[in-house]
Design a protein around this ligand. Structure first.
Ligand SMILES: [Zn+2]
Length: 260
């Protein structure tokens, strides 16, 4: 895609983020790598990304120095540059504050339970990166350990960032993150989350791997590398066995009390 069409794509995705309520006022930012130049095209700071025009966008180099544009570049540019630096496969970054996903991030909760098959297929799982003051190196340090291993992150007490091989994929990952946050919230309100069993998750990860999707890996999603077989021998110490029985008896007593 040439620069003119990339500029139009950023304007269009900014409009969608605003219309869906993933950003308000001057929140959020977007960027893409410009083909074969090492330069980055990004949104300016301090304007509403729902009403951008192609000429408002800013071109910076890989260190964030402004090369073209009237307005100053995004205040979260350092976070975008860190993602491009660590992931040569990534060509677009979307940062927003979608209300439900950000609610989980404000509650200190990640979205890493395998509750919905389609989400396991598309994103695997979504961790929560620690808090870092927006627009500072703290935020870069908070996301840095997660960047090589995931394609969507919650940012503690702040929002979310997603990235992909092109702008549309990065945006759809933000949509999936927010949709999954809503579904997780409903499951929590219903009082019962029922994660997919390990065998089902393993099959989904096999489909992902066949499609060439290796980030994140099954092990990183807090799931076993392989489903335990039913005839597997487990070794417990006497103390672990006593604790297991005591926990089971306690759970049964609690259940009986509730059922009365
Ligand atoms: Zn933000």
């Amino acid at each position: 895609m040439d620069e003119r069409r990339l500029r139009e794509a950023i304007v269009e995705i900014g409009r969608r983020l605003y219309e869906r309520g993933y950003i308000v006022a001057s929140d959020g930012n977007l960027s893409v790598r410009l083909p074969e130049s090492g330069r980055i095209l990004t949104t300016p700071t301090g304007v509403c990304k729902g009403f951008l025009t192609p000429d408002m966008l800013v071109v910076v180099d890989a260190e964030g120095r402004k090369l073209e544009g009237i307005l100053p570049p995004s205040s979260e540019l350092a976070m975008h540059l860190e993602i491009y630096r660590q992931r040569p496969d990534i060509h677009a970054v979307v940062h927003a504050h979608p209300p439900c996903g950000t609610g989980f991030a404000a509650a200190g909760m990640s979205l890493d339970k395998p509750l919905v098959s389609e989400v396991v297929l598309t994103l695997g799982c979504i961790p929560l990166a620690g808090y870092g003051t927006p627009s500072t190196e703290e935020l870069v340090a908070a996301i840095a350990p997660y960047v090589p291993h995931y394609n969507a992150l919650l940012l503690a007490n702040h929002g979310a960032v997603t990235y992909g091989p092109d702008l549309e994929t990065a945006y759809f990952r933000m949509e999936t993150l927010e949709h999954f946050a809503r579904i997780t919230l409903v499951a929590k309100l219903l009082g019962r989350e029922q994660p997919l069993p390990a065998e089902a998750v393993q099959k989904l990860f096999q489909i992902r791997e066949r499609a060439g999707m290796t980030v994140p890996s099954q092990a990183l999603c807090g799931l076993p590398d392989r489903a335990p077989s039913s005839d597997e021998t487990l070794t417990l110490t006497r103390q672990q066995l006593i604790e297991l029985i005591a926990e089971t008896v306690e759970a049964v007593i609690r259940f009986l009390r509730l059922a009365r």
